[in-house]
Ligand binder design. Structure first.
Ligand SMILES: Nc1ncnc2c1ncn2[C@@H]1O[C@H](COP(=O)(O)OP(=O)(O)OP(=O)(O)O)[C@@H](O)[C@H]1O
Ligand SMILES: [Mg+2]
Length: 167
């Protein structure tokens, strides 16, 4: 059974959403996969800008909507993917994802729904809800490494961690 640990954060501003990303970037380690869910304009790229800062990347993070994947150099390499235009997991191969996804550097994926079958089950899922002016952000660590990352982020941001109790 795969255990999950969940955090909730209400973000009133872009800066606040970036601070969540920054905490994730600070605690991320080689091979981590971070999935960002949410509608167009929910704040996925905004969160990634903070994450890049937490990883020590100097380059500006913009939406990889057309380039599909953008690489940034930091404490580790950041692979920033936008899968909105992909039809399925098979479309990851031409991007060279086999070489780094879940292996090398940190991989941040916008619109992960398109490629879920290709993603490791041990990861961090971040869902941004923009139905109100604030963003409701749910951070869910799945599997041993995902939960460890969620715990570190929760501690840093002073958030309560909800552990899923196995039956
Ligand atoms: N609390 C908030 N958190 C994040 N972004 C916010 C917030 N409030 C307002 N915004 C604004 O919402 C927009 C979010 O855009 P962003 O490009 O990050 O969305 P996205 O989820 O990556 O969209 P897409 O699916 O098109 O890539 C930005 O213009 C940002 O300034
Ligand atoms: Mg985006």
């Amino acid at each position: 059974m795969i255990l999950k640990s969940t955090l909730h954060f209400t973000s009133p501003s872009s800066e606040s959403t970036q601070s969540v990303g920054e905490a994730i970037g600070q605690f991320a380690t080689e091979g981590d996969v971070i999935c960002l869910y949410g509608d167009l304009g929910a704040g996925k790229t905004t969160l990634t800008q903070g994450l890049a800062r937490g990883l020590g990347c100097d380059s500006r993070v913009t939406s990889p909507t057309f380039t599909l994947v953008q690489e940034h150099a930091g404490r580790m390499r950041l692979y920033h993917l936008d899968c909105y235009r992909l039809d399925g997991p098979e479309d990851l191969e031409p991007l060279g994802a086999d070489d780094w996804l879940g292996r090398e550097g940190i991989c941040v994926i916008e619109w992960p729904e398109r490629v879920l079958a290709a993603l490791p089950s041990d990861r961090l899922d971040v869902a941004l809800d923009d139905t109100s002016p604030c963003r409701e952000i749910e951070i869910r660590g799945i599997g041993p490494r995902g939960r460890q990352l969620a715990r570190s982020v929760g501690k840093k941001l002073g958030l309560n961690l909800q552990e899923e109790i196995p039956r």
